[in-house]
Design a protein around this ligand. Structure first.
Ligand code: BES
Ligand code: MN
Ligand code: MN
Length: 464
């Protein structure tokens, strides 16, 4: 029987080329100009799932972008793994900061990826990681080693809030029934320090608009006498953190799940080098909430960040003007027990309450979602741990991530199953940034590790 390792060695060029073709399609869900490309990507995934051995694959229409659903059921008495991933990508902006065009993939060596990394938008998030599952299925079906049933659900709106997927999941509970959900859309600590993501943060995303006078004004004639929306907006934003970097919105921390001393001590065992961290980002020092470590600040603590801010004159040269309006986009990362709708409401009433009389404030909620934590004693986690041990030769470290995949908490609610997050990217792979990349080694290691998960999950499941 052929091992995954030798199968991958034999087919590695093709595995890379297929991914490269997929990465050439600009499936940007946020920008309607790319609608046809997003839809075309779904078609390409359908074809690749059929080729990899799915019995049936459908393009399921939704109010938004379609969901690719495929399955291979070998025996109703065996367990079923549901694989979730997304084929949409973030906009590549700012394009001028890319060293090579975002949709013309190239393989280049980097310090952390001596065997090369594929540079392209979506290489790591999430086309590359999603495609590992397609190739793992190909290996298992071609070598007669698929030990259980498998379902694939690949969506095209993850980067814009997964609205259509919620709609789809609520209507298809039976079709999607499963024993465990498997996702590769997160990262790991380092190539020689494997880790399994055990938590995701929730999210509340809002946009704010501050309006002052009914038109743009001469900043000499009116300056000093009326509220300048940009001055006011920045002042209001600055007041959202106190001197300890705690968030000042009343009630914001009320439901926060605080970790015990023991849990925090366990977390602190994960390797972390402040020197490497600051060096990689070219910063003098880290920054954040008093009383918490960097790893805590970016995973188990809620945060509030401005993602974009605009208004007034930003063209060449100087224009003396007081703009009528100023805007900002703000995200709040949430932790278990915080309710994203409640937090959105708290933000809205607080932000409106701190505005001076000279301006009007409108808070527009965007999308959001709940945080998620997965237990490490579940069958799925145990199987994942064994899978990494088999291919990395090391026990993976459980690690809570700061990112969000809001749909995961909905999976638990609607489908009643646990999600296992086997991510193979690195934080330095620049997802959502210019020069996003995914290590060739990581891609192939993922393809090798996934079949081990199926094997151990089926084994552990049969003993229950
Ligand atoms: N794959 C990411 C989330 C992620 C990355 C989690 C790395 C953990 C580690 C996902 O595609 C993403 O970008 N999610 C968004 C939220 C979404 C609602 C737009 C995020 O975290 O900003
Ligand atoms: Mn993703
Ligand atoms: Mn993303």
């Amino acid at each position: 029987m052929k091992s995954a390792h030798s199968y991958i060695q034999e087919h590695k060029e093709r595995f890379l080329n297929e991914l490269i073709e997929l990465l050439k399609i600009p499936s940007i869900s946020a920008d309607s100009a790319y609608k046809n490309d997003v839809i075309k990507t779904a078609e390409v995934i359908k074809t690749s799932l059929l080729k990899a051995g799915c019995d049936t694959v459908e393009i399921c229409e939704t109010p938004g972008y379609p969901i690719v659903y495929g399955e291979k059921i070998i025996d109703k008495n065996l367990p079923t793994v549901l694989v979730y991933g997304h084929y949409d990508v973030q906009p590549p902006d700012p394009v001028e900061l890319w060293d090579s065009p975002p949709f013309e993939p190239v393989i280049k060596k980097t310090e952390l990826h001596p065997q090369g990394a594929i540079f392209a938008r979506g290489s790591c998030d999430d086309k590359g990681q999603m495609y590992m599952h397609v190739k793992a299925l190909e290996y298992m079906t071609n070598t007669g080693q698929l030990p259980c049933n498998v379902k694939f659900m690949i969506e095209g709106e993850e980067e814009v809030g997964s609205e259509s997927l919620s709609w789809f999941v609520e209507r298809n509970q039976d079709k999607l029934s499963n024993d465990v959900i498997l996702i590769s859309d997160t990262g790991m600590i380092a190539n020689d320090i494997p880790s399994i993501t055990t938590g995701l943060r929730g999210l509340s995303y809002v946009e704010v608009e501050v309006t002052g006078p009914n038109r743009d004004l001469h900043s000499g004639l009116y300056g000093g006498a009326v509220a300048n929306p940009i001055n006011i907006l920045t002042k209001m934003i600055a007041s959202l953190h106190d001197e300890n970097n705690h968030i000042t919105i009343p009630g914001f921390y009320d439901e926060v799940d605080e970790l015990s001393k023991e849990e925090r001590a366990k977390m602190a065992e994960a390797p972390f080098s402040k020197e490497n961290y600051t060096k990689a980002l070219a910063i003098e020092d880290v920054y954040g909430e008093a009383g918490y470590t960097t790893n805590e600040r970016n995973s188990i603590r809620p945060t509030l960040d401005v993602n974009g801010i605009w208004g007034g004159y930003i063209g060449e040269g100087a224009k003396t003007v007081i703009a009528s309006k100023a805007y900002a986009k703000i995200s709040m990362r949430l932790v278990p027990n915080q309710d994203w709708k409640k937090i959105t409401a708290l933000f809205k009433s607080h932000f409106e309450s701190i505005a001076p009389k000279g301006v009007k404030v409108v808070v527009k909620p965007h999308h959001g979602g709940q945080a998620y934590v997965t237990p490490i004693d579940s069958m799925g986690y145990q199987a994942a741990e064994k899978a990494y041990e088999a291919t990395f030769g090391k026990t993976p470290i459980p690690q809570r991530s700061g990112g969000s995949i809001p749909i995961v908490s909905l999976f638990e609610k609607e489908l009643k199953s646990k999600t296992i997050l086997m991510g193979f990217g690195l934080d330095s792979d620049a997802i959502h940034s210019p020069n996003e990349h995914f290590g060739v080694w990581n891609y192939l290691k993922g393809i090798e590790t996934i079949p081990q998960f199926y094997h151990y999950f089926t084994e552990i499941h049969s003993k229950q």
